[in-house]
Write a protein that binds this ligand. Sequence first.
Ligand code: HEC
Length: 156
Amino acid sequence: MRKLLLVPTVTAVLAAAASCAPEPVEEASPIRIVASDLELMMGIIVPNAAVVWDSVGTIVDETGQNDFQPETDEEWEEVADRALGLAESANLLLIPERSQGRQVGIATAVMMRDRAIRASETALLRDAAAFLDSVGLLYESCVACHEEDLVEGTGF
Ligand code: HEC
């Protein structure tokens, strides 16, 4: 009985040893750019941003100034998830083949990622004031990249 139990252990040790073998030199990245910058914006970033932007703010109408924010757990969780979606999208902007070493693009995408993480965290804390603040900062990171040279149509 004891002997039988030893067999898998030996196999496991061998497997572990095999996985320590030196990696083959410089494997090509499996990442492949699929969407253009504009398609990435319209397909992933804008739909997530729209939910975040529309979730918090102030409406001024004939009844006066009305602040709104996510109310239910589901609403807070949804915006937290959407903000995380934006954080991961910023990583897509940072793929070297896409960012092409352009410093402003890299800096503003890092800014977008970190501010989106902050927005997600404040949403999970249900801290409406901090969330509103972080959403404003997140929006600024979008503008910071766009203002660089979108007009020229040369990407970031
Ligand atoms: C690192 C740079 C960068 C960041 C950060 C960025 N964008 Fe973009 N954005 C681009 C580029 C590049 C384009 C497309 C340029 C083109 O090909 O027309 C674009 C295009 C857009 C467009 C379409 C504009 C148009 O006139 O057609 C929208 C909308 C947009 N982005 C929204 C956002 C939002 C919302 C955020 C932030 C959550 C964001 N972007 C963050 C680089 C960026």
